[in-house]
Structure formats: structure tokens, C-alpha cells
Design a binder for this molecule. Structure first.
Ligand SMILES: Nc1ncnc2c1ncn2[C@@H]1O[C@H](COP(=O)(O)OP(=O)(O)OP(=O)(O)O)[C@@H](O)[C@H]1O
Length: 706
């Protein structure tokens, strides 16, 4: 199907042509026939890089050009910003905004945008606030909708869909999914037309590697000429042929270890495989940007030889440099953890799956699901560069070859299973439904939840009765915590309950926060950190010994049992204490094994949960605790002592390091800076004339308007 045949606005067609899109890919043409441009609900279950996102973008822009609003939901904040970049191709045609944080807001200003990119949680939160502009929404795209099977986030997606159905919005759903076992069931539940296809822009060959050979599923095999460990040989072999490799492994430490081994092999290869001038320039750039010099040096060393590792410990800016370097062909091999398979769009000629098992702290060793294997394998083959993509799993013994072939290459992708009717998900979403005004009685709650996939999948004969009793139990627990009140069959949210729903808190976490705040004898920084960190959302620091001083401080303020959980939380408190006492990122990495990328996760979560705890303190009348929780939260966000808050929160271009320099040189307030000369500030370490000028201008403006 030619682009020009589509009944789309001319301006949209010319943008597509400019982007090099002339004909639709076969699955895209099928989606058009299914009515994706006529406002129909469509579930697209097609291969990686088959053009799902492009189609959903076009449908969103089309809606906008027709005067409606489109919401585009993605699973991660970082992806939301990436999406924004994609939408920038449509230039002046539409106004596109991103909304990912601050759950306690109905974001009225979003009305100004034609397309709003949101995270799942933000979208659910917006639906709880029910801003007036919701009625203008005509298209809702849910990217990576297979997250429906995720134990926690799946329930968020179900709840979003149940709310949209309940509101009776005349909005079209577009679900974009990786291949899943029960796509038909999911499409039936959504009431959507299903487009399933395994078509790929670059054909894929899948195989298992053992003893120097790749055994492909079509019965053919090929010898791998390079030597060394399996992953090293597979990577070097493809680079020597002018291709690139993406190696997936199961732990952060093995990403670095394997990257080093591959870098050594590339350097020792008889012919030159990389452009040293380019790799060294990129290595320098990485070293400059990296806030941990330890990690920066380790990465730069391999990048200089055309190899990189990529994992959640790297900060976003560094990850982007690696991804960009790989796309440009400067980096030949990236070794990544499996957790990044879904988020990173980095195609390579050969994808190597080094481990099909991983370690889970709860269940121990486990095999990765087929879905995850398929997502990694799907990255093989760069459109325009490779004639064929290859996905290779590494077998550790001869016996494994057949097993891996059956289990993964020929295996069925798992079904998506709902988790919304399980505690604590049900409690969270019952409160969300009542607090957001979607249900006011047990009957209405039953009706609301009968729109979920969980209900759709439960056994027909008993389902209503079972659902009712589960809901009643959830309501009872929420009433015990003071978030709901029951009057016969009617259910009301208390003021506190409404706030908990609006703050997007798990009710159990909120109840715990409230208990802690009420029982606080006298607040101190360690105790406030402890309270906020008890939320199960935070990863735990497990490294090192428990800091006695921190324990004393916490126990001075709170009555808590010193069990294993306590120890883990206290270690995490000690890590954040170091951060807000202005310890260097490298010190935090060495002492707690928390890398800059991990630190960012803590900071983002604290921004939400610390502020939420402060608001709860305010609602229950604990003003002093509210104020101090706010201060602690701001300190975590900026990584500073309290005395620097004025500078870091008001001046653009001033982070924790520069603020400390200014302070130590006697510029302690915005007023001090407003009085300074450009020359004085420019001469401080880490400042230049341009920055000094900007800071002084900002400071003067602030003083004038205060
Ligand atoms: N019809 C087309 N003609 C040419 N290029 C296209 C076409 N459709 C999409 N593309 C390009 O192909 C690439 C992959 O498309 P897209 O990201 O939409 O795929 P996807 O199925 O969403 O992939 P993923 O599963 O990784 O999210 C993009 O660079 C996109 O611009």
C-alpha cells in the first residue's frame, strides 16, 4: 500500500515521505484495513521494527489534526522523552507534551497539547483526577501492552482501560504488543481488531551455539571462525565481517567482564576492526560526562576499542552516548543486561544471548520467559544494513543444544495473565476507583472490575460472587486504615483516602507512613529517610555493615523491630545520608555499590514518595513533620546539605558541586550572587564566563521580583 493512497492529511503524508516512508509495511497495511485510521480499536501484535510505533504516531497526529487529543502511554520515563523526539518529526503539525511525574496534579495545562506522552502510572493518576480535557481525548495508545502480564504494572494498565470504558470516552484504543500467546483473548477483552504478524523488515535466523558452531533452526549450521569464549568468538566473528553484535547477559558485572574480554579480542585481531580516532573521541566524551569517574574510566577503556557495556547502573546521559555510538557504527559490540532488552531500540546484525538463566533474589535461579528471549532475538538485523539478522543462544553443553532449540526458538510465547484481582493490587485499584469517583458502592465496584482482564479471564460460573467477596474484603481493609467508609452497600472515600488515591500511593504504604508519622517522638533526618524508604518500591542496598549511628538515630525517633528488613532499610538510609551529606558519586559507588544510574532511581522514587509522605503529614495535622519531610525530600532530589537548597533550587546551571563551590567562596544566597561581578564568579573552579553571566542574571531577576 502506497502512502499516497491513504486518506491522510497532505501535510502528514509529506512528513512521512520526508522520513523515507513511501509504502506501508505489510502489517501496517493490515492495520489500516482493520481501521486504525478510522477510529477503530486495534491491537497490533507484530515483530520488532515492523513499524507499530510509526503507525500509532501517525494515528495520534491524525487525531490531533482533526481537532482531538491523543494520549500515548509508555512504560518508562526515559521512553517518554524518546517518544517526544520521535514526535518532533511532525514538526509544526502538532503540539506534543510529556507528563510523567507529579501524580498529585490534574495537569490542567496539558489541555494545551494535541498529543501527550505519559507513563502508565501517570495516565492512571490523570484518570483518577478526571481533568476536564479528558472528554477531548480521541485516541489512546498503549505501547508495550504486553506489560499487562507484569505482576504490578499490569494491574495499572487494566485499571486505565476499565476507567476509560467506565467514562464512556469515545476514544480509540491502540495497543502495541510484542508477540504473546493469547493475543486473541486480549483483543477480545479490549473489543479490538487484532493484527498479528511475524513479518520483519530484515529476515531472522535463529540458532544455538556450541563448540565453535551455530546450529540454526532450519537445519543448517556454520562454523564461527574467531576463537575464545563463546560470546567473545560470536561477537568478534560478526565484527570481522563488517557487522555489529549485541550480547545479552544476566548480570551487571558480567556486562563489564565480557565487554573487556571482547575488547581485548578486537584489539588483538590480525586486521583493524575499528576506527580508533572515532572510538577514542567517544571514550573521551564518556569520561567527561560520567559522574562516576570509576565507571566512566572502565567504560571509556573498552569504548576506545569499539566495545561498550550497557546496564541500569549507567546514568541516562552515558547510556545515550553508548546507544548513539552504536547506531553510528563507532561501537561494534554492546554487552547489555537482559532487563534492557525491551527498552533499548538498538538493532544489530547478530544478537547473542549469553545466559538463558538469571538469578532472582526471591525464587533463585530461573529461566527467562520465551517472551523475553523473543524480544532480545527480535533486535537482530539492522534495516538497510544487514540482509539477515542472526539470534544465537549460547549452550553450555551439547545436551542443551536441542533443549534450547525446543524451549526458545520453537517455543510458544507465554500467555498474558492478569494480576489485578490479587492483593495488594486489588486494594490499590479499589481505592483508586472509589477515590476517583468511578464507584460508590460494592455493586458499582463489581461493575467497574468486571471491565478488567482479570474478570474476563476468570471462570465464568462463579466469577461475580468471587469478585464481590474479594472486593468486599479489600473494602474492609481500606476502611480499617481509614481510607474508606462503608454504609450498607455504599462506599465513600474519606478525605485521607481521596488524597492517598490522588498521590498514587499503595494504601498499605500510606497506612504505614501515617502510623510512623503519628508515632514519631522527635524527627531527625535518618528517621524521615527511614520512613519514606519503607515503601517496597525502593530497591534495597545490601552492601556493607549496618551503620550504628544511623540505627541509633532511627531508634531514637521510632519504635521499630530490628529485623532483617530493618537492616536492609537502614543500609539504604545510610546510602542516602551519604548522598545528602554531599558524598561524591564514586564514594557512594564504592561503599554501597550504588552506581549513578541506580541513584537516579532512588531520587525519582523519593521525589514522589517523600513528597507524598510530607503531604500525608500535612493532612493529619503534623505540620512540623510535613515541613521537615519536604526539606529531606528536596535534599535527596539535589543531593545536598540543607544550606545549599536555596542555590540549587533556584538557579539553572547550578547543581550540587557548583552550589558547594559558590557557598564555600562566600556566595551563600541568591542575594550574594546578585551582588557579585561576572569576573568574580567566572574565576571560580567549574565556572566560566558564560555560566557566570547567566547565573548572575538569574539571581538579579529573582532579587528584583522578590
Ligand atoms: N513503512 C515504512 N517504511 C519505511 N520505514 C518505516 C516504515 N514504517 C516504519 N519505518 C521505520 O522502521 C523503524 C522501526 O519502526 P517502528 O519503531 O515503528 O517499529 P516497532 O514495530 O514499533 O518497533 P519496536 O517493536 O522496536 O517498538 C523506524 O525507524 C521507522 O521509522
Amino acid at each position: 500500500m502506497e502512502i499516497s493512497e491513504l486518506s491522510l492529511d497532505e501535510r502528514l503524508i509529506s512528513v512521512l515521505k520526508e522520513r523515507g516512508v513511501r509504502r506501508l509495511f505489510p502489517p501496517q497495511a493490515e492495520a489500516v484495513r482493520a481501521g486504525i485510521f478510522e477510529g477503530r480499536h486495534v491491537l497490533l501484535c507484530t515483530a520488532t521494527a515492523s513499524g507499530k510505533s510509526l503507525l500509532a504516531e501517525v494515528a495520534s497526529v491524525k487525531t490531533a489534526l482533526e481537532g482531538g487529543m491523543a494520549l500515548y502511554a509508555v512504560p518508562l520515563k526515559a521512553l517518554a522523552y524518546e517518544k517526544l523526539v520521535h514526535f518532533s518529526h511532525y514538526g509544526n503539525l502538532v503540539k506534543v507534551g510529556v507528563s510523567t511525574g507529579d501524580f498529585d496534579s490534574d495537569d490542567r495545562r496539558l489541555y494545551e497539547y494535541d498529543v501527550v506522552v505519559v507513563t502508565y502510572e501517570k495516565l492512571d493518576s490523570l484518570l483518577r483526577h478526571r481533568p476536564g480535557w479528558l472528554s477531548s481525548v480521541k485516541t489512546v495508545v498503549i505501547d508495550e501492552i504486553h506489560y499487562l502480564g507484569d505482576p504490578k504494572r499490569g494491574a495499572v494498565l487494566e485499571s486505565i482501560i476499565a476507567k476509560i470504558k467506565h467514562l464512556g470516552l469515545r476514544a480509540q484504543f491502540i495497543g502495541l504488543s510484542a508477540t504473546v500467546g493469547n493475543a486473541t483473548e486480549v483483543a477480545d477483552w479490549l473489543g479490538a481488531r487484532l493484527v498479528v504478524s511475524s513479518w520483519r523488515p530484515v529476515p531472522l535466523r535463529e540458532g544455538v551455539y556450541y563448540g565453535g558452531r551455530i546450529y540454526f533452526s532450519d537445519g543448517s549450521h556454520r562454523a564461527v571462525s574467531a576463537s575464545g569464549d563463546a560470546e567473545v568468538a560470536l561477537a568478534v566473528d560478526v565484527v570481522a565481517e563488517g557487522g555489529q553484535a549485541l550480547v545479552f547477559t544476566n548480570s551487571r558485572s558480567s556486562t563489564a567482564r565480557l565487554a573487556k574480554a571482547i575488547a581485548r579480542a578486537i584489539a588483538a585481531y590480525p586486521t583493524k576492526l575499528i576506527n580508533v580516532a572515532e572510538t577514542e573521541a567517544l571514550a573521551e566524551e564518556i569520561l567527561r560526562v560520567s559522574s562516576s569517574k570509576i565507571i566512566g574510566r572502565e567504560l571509556a577503556e573498552v569504548v576506545a576499542r569499539g566495545v561498550a557495556f550497557h546496564n541500569a547502573g549507567l546514568e541516562l546521559e552515558v547510556r545515550r552516548l553508548v546507544e548513539d555510538g552504536f547506531r553510528r557504527g563507532v561501537i561494534k559490540v554492546v554487552v547489555s543486561t537482559t532487563t534492557l532488552a525491551a527498552g533499548v531500540n538498538l538493532p544489530a546484525r547478530r544478537v547473542v544471548i549469553a545466559d538463558y538463566e538469571r538469578f532472582d533474589p526471591v525464587v533463585g535461579r530461573e529461566e527467562i520467559p520465551v517472551l523475553e528471549y523473543k524480544q532480545m532475538a527480535g533486535r537482530a538485523g539492522r534495516p538497510g544494513l544487514d540482509a539477515v539478522g542472526e539470534a544465537v543462544i549460547v549452550a553450555r553443553s551439547k545436551n542443551e543444544v536441542g533443549y534450547l532449540m525446543e524451549r526458545y526458538i520453537k517455543g510458544q510465547v507465554e500467555n498474558i495473565k492478569s494480576h489485578i484481582l490479587l492483593e495488594p493490587n486489588l486494594r490499590t485499584h479499589v481505592l483508586g476507583a472509589v477515590g476517583g469517583g468511578y464507584a460508590g458502592s460494592i455493586d458499582e465496584l463489581v461493575e467497574f472490575f468486571s471491565n478488567t482482564l482479570g474478570y474476563f479471564q476468570s471462570k465464568i460460573a462463579v466469577k461475580s460472587a468471587v469478585l464481590r467477596s474479594k472486593i468486599a474484603a479489600a473494602v474492609e481493609k481500606l476502611a480499617e486504615w481509614g481510607f474508606l467508609e462503608r454504609d450498607g452497600d455504599y462506599v465513600y472515600a474519606t478525605e485521607l483516602g481521596r488524597q492517598v488515591a490522588r498521590l498514587y500511593l499503595d494504601p498499605e504504604t500510606a497506612a504505614r507512613y501515617i502510623d510512623f508519622i503519628k508515632s514519631l517522638k522527635e524527627g531527625n533526618t535518618a528517621a524521615y529517610l527511614y520512613i519514606v524508604l519503607t515503601a517496597p518500591d525502593f530497591p534495597r542496598v545490601r552492601r556493607g555493615r549496618v551503620d550504628k549511628r544511623v540505627v541509633e538515630e532511627v531508634l531514637k525517633a521510632l519504635d521499630v523491630e530490628e529485623d532483617e528488613e530493618f537492616e536492609d532499610v537502614v543500609k539504604t538510609v545510610a546510602m542516602l545520608m551519604a548522598w545528602i551529606e554531599e558524598a561524591d558519586e564514586d564514594v557512594i559507588f564504592e561503599k554501597f555499590e550504588v552506581a549513578p544510574g541506580d541513584l537516579r532511581v532512588y531520587i525519582d522514587l523519593f521525589d514522589w514518595l517523600g513528597n507524598a509522605a510530607a503531604k500525608l503529614a500535612g493532612i493529619i495535622g503534623e505540620e512540623e513533620h510535613r515541613r521537615r519531610l519536604e526539606v529531606v525530600t528536596a535534599r535527596v532530589i539535589y543531593g545536598v546539605r540543607e544550606e545549599l537548597l536555596e542555590l540549587v533550587t533556584t538557579l539553572r546551571g547550578v547543581g550540587r558541586v557548583r552550589a558547594r563551590t559558590l557557598y564555600n567562596f562566600g556566595y551563600r544566597t541568591v542575594r550574594d550572587i546578585a551582588r557579585a561581578s561576572i569576573r568574580e564568579i567566572a574565576s571560580l573552579p567549574g565556572f566560566g564566563e558564560k555560566l557566570a553571566k547567566s547565573i548572575i542574571e538569574q539571581a538579579r531577576q529573582l532579587v528584583e521580583t522578590s
